[in-house]
Design a protein around this ligand. Structure first.
Ligand code: DC
Length: 217
């Protein structure tokens, strides 16, 4: 039985970076489940699939040639790691996240990763739905403003032209949808520990989680 650490939380909380670094420190595999939803979204946009047609989305996800080697997302062999971060993909991803059949398929992929290696997995439903028995569950969050500031810095660094107000409004809309959707809504598992990272550096958060996962003896 492989070990699993789940990290859930809202957009912009720094979950991906924290999960990746924690996985590196533990020597475990990092699973970015948002990237899976994003790859399906990108494929749907490219193939002009009707985002509200659940059957069409299921067919798309079932036939999808996607792979997630460490640090990468591949669609039909093409490295789409950057393309899946486009604003258009971020916005459209909610249709994919809302589709029960797609979720079922992605959950099966996620569990398959944990059958082959120890994993630190990051998403919205990892502690609640995908790995309810994981021994270490964290809900990583930060104030709305801090999350929007971090996201803005990221977008500006990659050359996107946007403003704090736009990023904050997008994020609020996304949080509300993630938390209120009928299937697999974003929420802390009952046995998850909430970590408020407001005012903390990434390194401080990683150190804190590492101490909780592997208490110094
Ligand atoms: O974390 P992210 O921004 O990369 O997530 C992309 C989309 O996928 C977003 O709409 C939330 C959704 N998602 C989800 O529903 N469940 C997960 N486990 C991970 C992401």
């Amino acid at each position: 039985m492989y070990r699993v650490v789940t990290i859930d939380g809202p957009a912009g909380a720094g979950k991906s970076t924290v999960a990746r670094l924690l996985a590196e420190r533990l020597g475990w595999r990092f699973l970015d489940t948002g990237a899976m939803y994003r790859v399906v979204t990108l494929a749907a946009l490219r193939e002009e699939t009707d985002l509200e047609d659940a059957d069409a989305l299921e067919r798309l996800a079932t036939g999808l040639d996607a792979a997630f080697p460490p640090g990468q997302a591949l669609l039909a062999g093409e490295d789409v790691s950057k393309a899946i971060r486009d604003v258009a993909v971020t916005r459209a991803s909610r249709f994919i996240a809302n589709c029960a059949a797609v979720r079922e398929r992605l959950v099966a992929w996620q569990r398959a990763f944990a059958e082959a290696a120890d994993v630190v997995t990051e998403g919205r439903d990892q502690g609640t739905i995908v790995f309810p028995d994981a021994p270490h569950k964290f809900f990583v969050t930060a104030t709305e403003e801090e999350r929007a500031r971090r996201r803005l810095a990221e977008l500006l660094a990659k050359g996107d032209e946007t403003t704090f107000e736009v990023v904050l409004a997008d994020q609020q809309a996304r949080d509300a949808r993630d938390a209120s959707r009928a299937i697999a809504p974003m929420r802390p598992a009952d046995d998850a520990e909430t970590i408020d990272t407001t005012g903390m550096t990434i390194e401080e958060v990683v150190d804190l989680l590492l101490r909780k996962v592997l208490p110094p003896s």
